[in-house]
Write a protein that binds this ligand. Structure first.
Ligand code: ADP
Ligand code: MG
Length: 383
């Protein structure tokens, strides 16, 4: 990691503006999944232990540049207060005199959250004037919002020029360290395990990693686009017809044995087949595929997993996903996973803590692993 980190900052009694990724799901006005909030706690505790005064800015949903209370960050501030076990002030404005005054009044160890960045049109437009107003809320800038780093917005890119330095928070640092090791693939055997519904989301990443991975395992709904490309019968399984050619190209470029596809399948009615009948829909990888995937996973020195192997929301069609989740958890190498549904499956199996790193980055992780430069990462100062 070549970027400036918290360890290099002078923090005592200084006002820190921290951009965080609190784009969490809400249900009935309350946070229904606080994974992203919890993921920033180590950064916040570090800042507070070092006697900083902290102003948090974040976005939530798509309020389209004007205030919309359905997307207020107030419930997020309340949840953070509980998780952090200390007072978190809330300013119903994002920038301006009131926000600046509340920030200035913070005492050492105090935390303030300002209202949703996207209530202001200047955020997504990366407007310099909005960035300048935001910068007035801090003396030191920290970006911990890896999940927003694929966008060049005022709070992660525009704001940086108003500070002497831009440092990565601990979550940003962890994401860059682990995802960087996956992306650069210097450790072998390097295994990539992909699944999920759509090949379209993951094809760019697949193309980048396929050149570097020793083994690429493909399961889940996207596997059938690949089996179709091989001319295998897929029945009524999920296929993206416009991607069959690209899938075929990837298979043609692969070394023999490099890409493994499912050899048996569980159909919607629970039957296991090696060949999918014309009216059958494959909803999970079969037992033989599970064993083969688990054996390959056990041999990896470093691996990345994204996407469930089947329709895991409907047991018993979760068996394939659980089998690979257990294999990933048991792997002695470095294990990194990402993707909302894969993380949900790991959590349901109680295996979250068994991995080296779980990326909360979503789209940013996929772009980073596809070899793209992320504007929010580029904007950080070098160490
Ligand atoms: P992640 O969120 O981990 O990146 P995706 O969103 O790409 O994963 O895919 C998850 C979805 O893929 C789940 O809703 C799951 O039901 C679906 N899925 C997995 N396997 C299949 C399959 N064989 N047929 C249809 N849908 C599938
Ligand atoms: Mg998903």
């Amino acid at each position: 990691m070549s970027k400036l980190t918290l360890a290099k900052l002078e923090l005592a009694n200084r006002l820190v503006l921290a951009r965080v990724d609190y784009n969490v799901p809400l249900a009935a006005g309350a946070v229904s999944d606080d994974t992203r909030i919890a993921a920033t706690l180590s950064t916040l505790r570090y800042l507070l232990q070092h006697e900083a005064r902290v102003v948090l800015c974040a976005h939530l949903g798509r309020p389209k540049g004007k205030p919309d209370l359905r997307y207020s960050l107030r419930p997020v501030a309340e949840r953070l207060e509980r998780l952090l076990d200390r007072n978190v002030g809330f300013c119903p404005e994002t920038v301006g005199p009131r926000a600046a005054e509340m920030a200035a009044r913070l005492e050492t160890g105090g935390v303030l959250m300002v209202e949703n960045l996207r209530f202001q049109p200047g955020e997504e437009a990366n407007d310099p004037e909005f960035a300048r107003q935001l910068a007035e809320l801090g003396e030191v800038y920290v970006d911990d919002a890896f999940g927003a780093a694929h966008r060049a917005h005022a709070s992660n890119v525009g704001v940086v020029r108003y500070f002497p330095q831009a440092a990565a928070g601990l979550l940003m640092q962890r994401e860059l360290e682990y995802l960087g090791r996956i992306r650069d693939a210097h450790e072998h055997p390097f295994l990539v395990l992909l699944g999920g519904a759509k090949a379209s989301d993951k094809l760019p990443l697949m193309a980048h990693l396929a050149r570097r991975a020793d083994t690429l395992l493909i399961g889940g709904g996207m596997a059938y686009t690949f089996l179709q490309a091989q001319g295998k019968p897929v029945g009524r399984s999920l296929v993206q017809p416009d991607l069959v050619a690209a899938a075929g190209q990837l298979l043609a470029q692969a070394r023999p044995g490099q890409i493994l596809l499912p050899e048996d399948h569980v159909l919607a009615d629970g039957t296991v087949v090696a060949e999918i009948p014309a009216d059958g829909q494959a909803m999970d990888i079969g037992p033989r595929t599970r064993t083969k995937f688990a054996d390959a996973i056990a041999r990896a020195r470093i691996l990345f997993w994204n996407g469930p192997m089947g329709v895991f929301e409907q047991p018993p069609l979760d068996a394939g996903t659980l089998a690979v989740a257990r294999a990933v958890a048991a792997c002695a190498g470095t294990t990194v996973a990402g993707g909302g549904d894969s993380i949900a499956a790991l959590r349901a199996a109680g295996l979250e803590d068994k991995l080296s790193h779980i990326s909360t980055g979503g789209g940013a992780s996929l772009e980073y692993l596809a070899g793209e430069r992320l504007p929010g990462v580029e904007a950080l100062s070098e160490a």
